[in-house]
Design a protein around this ligand. Structure first.
Ligand code: GLY
Length: 341
């Protein structure tokens, strides 16, 4: 289903009220000429698709870009069947779910972040609270949880039966020399998985926000914070340029400051897709040799998703993977550009 064309064009037209351009022309106009000619768009990981149409429609009705994004990402955080984000996320090596998240709000030039947050289902709301109501940007661990509780959030067990079983299985197969009986060989040990929900949003006024939420690397060492908790890595927004975010192995992204770097490439005029590809190339120059296989390819997956102020979007990945986008054509999946085909 596509976003209502009437509401989409109506909003674009309203954004240039008093100008000479017809709505049709508005859609094609280069963003550098007029601040108010953006096409509303949201782009991010595949698992965020379900909330994107509502996010675009609510931005068209005037909802702030970050608020629209939080509502969309919350759907994923609260979904017990998504084992990469929020409730039901895969836990750390000790069986505890630890969540990272961050956000940036372009118009107000503010940011919020949490690392290793336990027991709170919707870290996207907590990073927005930090951003709105404190002078800080990042809170971690138990104190991030206490901050959330002070705003009325409940501490809950975030392990679902399925995510607990996956952890028990990993622990059983960790070593043949420990006191846990190994699972049969047919039940292969999961080495690690990553999953995350980043979302970048731009509205008709060209205002931009980004946010990202994750349970991080499964079976991680307790206390590990990945790229999603780090502004400039897991996501980044510059309201004059665009926004970018990532999924995949956070450590590889952190070293390249990938969210920031992608936005900087767009600032120099690159299309979002090319900027995302350029960041992947930079990552390959920044990682230790042990993360590169004999075939010269990375042993991990990493994706970048980007949107510019005009609402042009793109995504790129180390190897083939889909991404999600919603604009005037409606919510859909598309294929990332790839560094290694
Ligand atoms: N990109 C998610 C993580 O590595 O934690």
């Amino acid at each position: 289903m596509s976003v209502s064309r009437r509401s989409f064009l109506g909003a674009a037209g309203a954004a240039v009220a008093g100008g000479a351009l017809l709505p049709k022309d508005v859609m094609a106009a280069p963003y550098i000429l007029r601040r108010s000619l953006a096409r509303p768009c949201t782009v991010g990981s595949e698992n965020g698709l379900r909330g994107m149409q509502r996010a675009v429609e609510s931005m068209i009705k005037g909802t702030d870009t970050l608020d629209a994004g939080v509502e969309a990402v919350k759907l994923v955080e609260l979904d017990p069947n998504d084992q990469s984000v929020g409730y039901g996320g895969l836990p750390n090596a000790e069986g505890v779910v630890q969540l990272d998240a961050s956000c940036m709000h372009g118009p107000s030039k503010r940011a919020g972040a949490v690392g290793a947050l336990e027991g709170i289902k919707t870290p996207s709301e907590i990073v927005r609270l930090i951003m709105k109501y404190t002078n800080h940007i990042m809170l971690v661990g138990k104190d991030a949880q206490r901050f959330a509780v002070s705003y009325g959030y409940q501490v809950e067990d975030l392990l679902t039966p399925a995510s607990r079983e996956a952890w028990l299985h990993w622990r059983a197969n960790l070593s043949p020399n420990d006191n846990y009986v190994d699972e049969p060989a047919s039940e292969r040990m999961v080495k690690y998985t990553t999953g995350t929900c980043p979302m970048m949003l731009v509205n008709t006024a060209g205002d931009i926000s980004s946010l990202v939420s994750t349970s991080g690397l499964s079976w991680k060492i307790p206390g590990r914070v990945g790229d999603s908790g780090i502004v400039g890595a897991g996501q980044y927004t510059d309201n004059d340029v665009g926004a970018a975010g990532s999924t995949g192995l956070g450590e590889a992204n952190i070293m390249a400051a990938g969210g920031f770097l992608t936005v900087e490439s767009m600032r120099r005029g690159m299309h979002p897709k090319d900027a995302a590809l350029a960041t992947l190339k930079r990552v390959m120059t920044m990682i230790p040799a042990r993360w590169i296989g004999a075939n010269g390819r990375p042993t991990f997956q990493l994706q970048y998703y980007a949107v510019n102020k005009a609402g042009e979007y793109g995504a790129a990945a180390m190897t083939a993977s889909p991404f999600a986008v919603c604009d005037e054509k409606g919510p859909r999946k598309e294929d990332c550009a790839v560094l290694f085909s």
